[in-house]
Design a protein around this ligand. Structure first.
Ligand code: ARG
Length: 465
């Protein structure tokens, strides 16, 4: 089938072959074919129900469309650039299969509402898959957290040792981030799941169609109320890309931590062979390629968000061909997020080993218990700021003397302030420093145990909530 035949009789000559290739989207929008077929089946059924075509014709269309689905699944439907896009490709094949009745399929719709429908059906399915991948990631995260409630890890601000933490608390921070991601996707879903089908080219149609019926067949929650908006809205895709970007931010931050932790300087984790790679020249190397790639891939998802925003900002209503550019970035963002979630889940599940001894040494050999000394005095009536200044002084003299706070004798403590008693040693032991932070949402073991249970409960809730 040539381009001339695709379009109306007003065209006298075919497209220049380079322009045909430039114009075509079939090489990427073939990704939408299953959704295109599903959308067309619903449209055909609606046309029959409304008496716009006969029910026999409706059945012929549906049978033909399902045959195309089989052909595609068996690898026997591979439309080329001649078809321009997936919508024309399907329509042409349908006419080949069912004859002239196939030409009735496009009654009362346009490729503009059709492509909008396909993209929403695609994204709806992808959102559900991504939500499931988030759940798998969270499950592994919580499993590891559960085994490490009492494992201590230095906590940082400004990448300087700050206060020790329960490792579970640290990991559960990522549970919270991805929980927001999961919820955000559910929220985006609500605005993805609106049917533009039947908006026509831009103004609706002269046929007595039933948009609510086709929407219902496709399990859309509702229909677009304005046909111009229906064919030209891509907010839902931008919202998705924004949610996808935040998922990548979270995965990238975790990746950065894993990369740091696996360095010799930190030494908090070792990478297992199944998730690490070697160097082609330095035989001693074991590289954290998985988190590095996740961190590296984050930029392209941000880029797709930016590209879509810029593409949209100057578009007059309604459809413009610019909108064909919405797909590749969207597909790539979906594929990237899915691949990164899957890889990070495997990395967590079987690629990391926390080095308990190194972690224990780390939290016992710094001044990250200094706040607790100040808190000790403040709890005994000394104004916090005064206590804080006092401890600053003792940290300074201890560093000069090559000592840690735990190395001070009781008389040295008492010299500093008479309120110090023998229980100061227990108060500044790393375990107690962590346990004592029992305020709501804090790292105290009691809080962390509750947070673990809450996380488990949240994981149980199903998609889209
Ligand atoms: N391939 C087109 C796209 O992806 C389909 C819609 C074409 N509509 C049109 N008026 N040319 O946007």
């Amino acid at each position: 089938m040539t381009q001339q035949q695709t379009w109306s009789q007003r065209f006298e000559s075919a497209l220049h072959p380079t322009i045909a290739r430039f114009n075509a989207s079939i090489h990427f929008d073939i990704e939408l074919i299953e959704y295109d077929l599903t959308g067309s089946v619903a449209h055909a059924k609606m046309l029959a129900k409304c008496g716009i075509i006969s029910s026999e014709e409706g059945e012929q269309l549906v049978t033909g469309l399902e045959q195309i689905r089989q052909e595609y699944r068996q690898g026997n439907f591979n439309p080329g650039v001649d078809s321009e896009d997936v919508h024309f490709a399907v329509e042409h094949r349908l006419v080949e299969i069912v004859g002239d009745v196939g030409k009735k399929l496009h009654t009362g719709r346009s490729r503009n509402d059709q492509v909008g429908t396909d993209t929403r059906l695609y994204l709806r399915a992808q959102i559900q898959q991504i939500q499931s991948l988030i759940r798998e990631f969270q499950t592994v995260l919580v499993d590891i957290a559960e085994q490490n409630v009492e494992t201590l890890i230095p906590g940082y601000t400004h990448l300087q040792r700050a206060q020790p933490l329960s490792l579970a608390h640290h990991l559960l921070a990522y549970f919270q981030m991805t929980q927001r991601d999961w919820e955000r996707l559910g929220d985006v879903y609500r605005r993805v799941n609106i049917s533009p089908l039947g908006c026509g080219a831009l103004a609706g149609t002269t046929f007595p169609i039933d948009r609510h019926y086709s929407a219902q067949l496709l399990h859309f929650d509702k229909v677009y109320d304005n046909s111009l908006d229906g064919v030209s809205d891509r907010d839902f895709a931008i919202e998705f890309l924004s949610a996808a970007s935040l998922i990548m931010v979270h995965l990238s931050r975790l990746s950065e931590e894993v990369i740091l932790w696996s360095s010799e300087e930190f030494g908090f984790v070792t990478l297992k062979d199944s998730c690490a790679t070697g160097s082609s020249i330095m035989p001693q190397k074991k590289n954290p390629d998985v988190p590095e790639l996740v961190r590296g891939k984050t930029g392209r998802v941000f880029g797709h968000l930016q590209a879509m925003l810029v593409m949209m900002k100057g578009l007059p209503l309604a459809y413009n061909k610019d909108l064909q550019e919405d797909k590749e970035g969207l597909f790539d963002a979906v594929n990237t997020v899915k691949a990164c979630l899957a890889a990070m889940t495997i990395l967590l599940r079987e690629g990391l080993e926390f080095c308990d001894r190194r972690l224990a040494t780390a939290v016992a050999s710094d001044f990250s218990n200094a706040t607790d000394v100040a808190d000790y005095l403040a709890a005994r009536g000394v104004p916090f700021r005064e206590a804080y200044n006092l401890v600053g002084k003792v940290v300074k003299t201890s560093i000069a003397a090559g000592k840690l706070l735990k190395d001070l004798s009781l008389s040295e403590w008492k010299e500093l302030h008479p309120k110090f008693e023998n229980d100061i040693y227990e108060a500044i032991s790393p375990r107690q420093v962590v346990a004592a932070r029992n305020s709501y949402g804090g790292t105290g073991f009691e809080q962390v145990t509750k947070a673990l249970q809450a996380a488990r409960d949240q994981i149980k809730s199903v998609n889209r909530e």
